[in-house]
Design a protein around this ligand. Structure first.
Ligand code: MG
Ligand code: MG
Length: 254
C-alpha cells in the first residue's frame, strides 16, 4: 500500500482534531499526581474529548476498553486503564487519540509522578529530545529512515534503547495507515516523504534493553528486562514549509 498524501484542507482538519487531543493531554498531565488511578485519568479524557465534539479513537479499537493507554514504569505502551493508583516516583506514559469530523490524531506524553529517580528524568528528556529530532527530519524528499536514524542516534547517544518491534505510522481517516515509521534505521531508506504525508512519530524508549513482552491481558506491552520505558508522540504533517506538528495545541497568548 502506498501512503496517501493529504490536501492542505485535510491537514487543517487533522490539526483541529489534534488541537482537541493536545488540550486533553495538557489536562491529563496536570491531573497526574500520587493517588490518582489510571481509570480516573481515562474518565477525564473521555469526558474532555466528547465535550469538544470528538470521539476517543482508542475506545473499541480492536475491542480496547479505554480512551487512553496509561502505561506505568516498565510498561511501554497499550496498557489498559484500571484501579492502579499512581505513586510518587512513577513514570506514566499517556497515549490517546481523537477522531474529529472523521479525522484521527494520535499523541502521547510521559509524565513524572512527583519526584522521580535521576535515570527516569534522563529517560524522559532523551525520549522527548528524540521526538524533536525525528520531527525535524520529517522533510519533503527525506525518507522514513531519516526520521528513524535521528531518533535512534539521540536515544542511543543518551545510553538508552529504542523499542524495535513497535513503530510509528501514517495517520488519516484511520489511526494506522501507511507508511510505517520505525524509530531506528538508515538515512535515505524506506518510504519517501512527499508533501501532505501525515505520520505519527513516536519513540518508545527503554532504559535497559530494547526487547519487549506482551502481558497476560493481551494488550500491555512491557520491557522484557523490567527497565523503565518512556513514550512521546506527535502527529506531524510533512509540508513544503517544513514539518507541521498537528498535536501541539493552540499557542499560548502573550
Ligand atoms: Mg499513540
Ligand atoms: Mg501512534
Amino acid at each position: 500500500m502506498v501512503p496517501v498524501p493529504k490536501t492542505p484542507g485535510e491537514v487543517d482538519a487533522m490539526a483541529a482534531s489534534g488541537a482537541v487531543l493536545a488540550a486533553c493531554l495538557d489536562m491529563l498531565c496536570a491531573a497526574v499526581r500520587p493517588g490518582v488511578t489510571t481509570i480516573e485519568l481515562d474518565r477525564l479524557a473521555e469526558e474532555h474529548i466528547r465535550a469538544h465534539g470528538g470521539v476517543p479513537a482508542f475506545k473499541g479499537y480492536r475491542g480496547f476498553p479505554g480512551s487512553i493507554c496509561p502505561s506505568v514504569n516498565s510498561e511501554v505502551v497499550h496498557a489498559i486503564p484500571g484501579p492502579y493508583a499512581l505513586r510518587e516516583g512513577d513514570l506514566v506514559s499517556i497515549d490517546a487519540g481523537v477522531v474529529l469530523d472523521g479525522w484521527v490524531s494520535d499523541s502521547a506524553r510521559t509524565v513524572a509522578v512527583g519526584e522521580v529517580a535521576d535515570v527516569a528524568r534522563r529517560l524522559l528528556e532523551a525520549t522527548e529530545r528524540a521526538l524533536e529530532r525525528g520531527i525535524a527530519a520529517a522533510l519533503v524528499g527525506h525518507h522514513v529512515g531519516d526520521i528513524g536514524h535521528a531518533v535512534q542516534a539521540e536515544v542511543e547517544g543518551a545510553g538508552f534503547s529504542v523499542v524495535r518491534s513497535l513503530v510509528g505510522h501514517g495517520v488519516g481517516r484511520t489511526m494506522h495507515e501507511e507508511p510505517q515509521v520505525p524509530n531506528f534505521g538508515l538515512p535515505g531508506t524506506g518510504a519517501e516523504l512527499v508533501e501532505g504525508i501525515v505520520i505519527a512519530i513516536e519513540p518508545m524508549v527503554n532504559a535497559g534493553d530494547h526487547e519487549v513482552v506482551m502481558g497476560p491481558d493481551g494488550w500491555t506491552i512491557s520491557s522484557r528486562d523490567g527497565s523503565l520505558s518512556a513514550h512521546f508522540e506527535h502527529t506531524v504533517a510533512v509540508t513544503a514549509a517544513g514539518p507541521r506538528i498537528l498535536t501541539m495545541g493552540a499557542p499560548v497568548p502573550a
